[in-house]
Design a protein around this ligand. Structure first.
Ligand code: UYC
Length: 229
């Protein structure tokens, strides 16, 4: 390998997520040799917990759309880098696909739909949740949905990210809304056009939880055993 590729390869294996993500962006511009380094890296991650770094490496290989990269992904990661665990037989592959393609608005709608499906047929019909339904959500399903968001957003989105911001402001809801861009001064951000449907959004901006019926649903999510251990 060239000196540059070797440098990017060690940067990819460093312990700074920021540096690792930068290395992936550079490797994506290095042709097939760069992709080989990413394949080698993802191979080494097969038995590891998925991270935003493996998610981004996967995305670059997916977008390369070459026979070699396609075959590698289909063989070793047929449903992506995040195990699509569900305790109730739910299918999170469609959500994985929307997030992988960075269709964040579609992914957001699908997330609400998936949560309603977890709750009940009645919740699917009304298309919103009671906090008591959230309390009964299976741990594995919430963790899968959250991990998909985090791993496919360079670590920017997901309930655990929002929860971290919430804890960081001492559980002050008004401060949380400001920080994640859901409100500025006294004005709620307008759905959908006021929200930022891309990675330039503030940390924790997505997925959305409509606050029309109060904050108890999002509070139940933040306090769910899936996240609070
Ligand atoms: N909306 O303002 N929202 C909707 C948000 C509020 C409202 C959907 C988020 C404030 C109405 C999503 C914020 C408010 C509807 C979100 C936000 C309000 C609607 C689609 C910032 C008025 C029509 C999914 C906190 C002051 C639906 C869904 C209805 C929709 C999200 C109004 C994802 C994060 C308090 C009237 N808003 N929502 O849930 O039920 O319908 O009438 O949060």
């Amino acid at each position: 390998l060239s000196i540059e590729l070797n440098q990017l390869r060690s940067q990819l294996n460093s312990d700074s997520q920021t540096q690792q993500l930068k290395a992936i962006a550079s490797l994506a511009t290095q042709g097939e040799l760069g992709l080989d380094v990413l394949i080698e890296f993802l191979m080494s991650q097969q038995t590891e917990t998925p991270t935003p770094v493996s998610g981004e490496a996967y995305r670059v290989l997916y977008l390369a759309n070459l026979p070699k990269t396609q075959e590698f992904l289909e063989t070793h990661f047929p449903t992506g880098v995040v195990p699509l665990n569900s305790e109730v037989g739910a299918d999170y592959f469609p959500l994985q696909q929307e997030l992988l393609q960075q269709n964040f608005q579609a992914a957001d709608l699908l997330t609400l739909r998936n949560l309603c499906e977890l709750a009940s047929d009645a919740a699917v019909k009304r298309n919103w949740l009671y906090f008591s339904e959230v309390d009964r959500f299976p741990v594995a399903d919430l963790q899968t949905i959250d991990t998909l968001w985090r791993v496919h957003s360079q670590g920017k989105f997901g309930y655990t990210v929002q929860r971290e911001v919430w804890l960081g402001v001492g559980k002050n809801w008004d401060k949380l809304w400001q920080k994640i861009g859901w409100r500025s001064d006294r004005t709620w951000t307008r759905y959908p056009q006021g929200f930022t449907w891309e990675l330039s959004a503030p940390r924790g901006h997505l997925p959305l939880s409509n606050q029309l019926r109060g904050r108890r649903v999002i509070e139940a999510l933040f306090n769910h055993p899936a996240f609070s251990n």
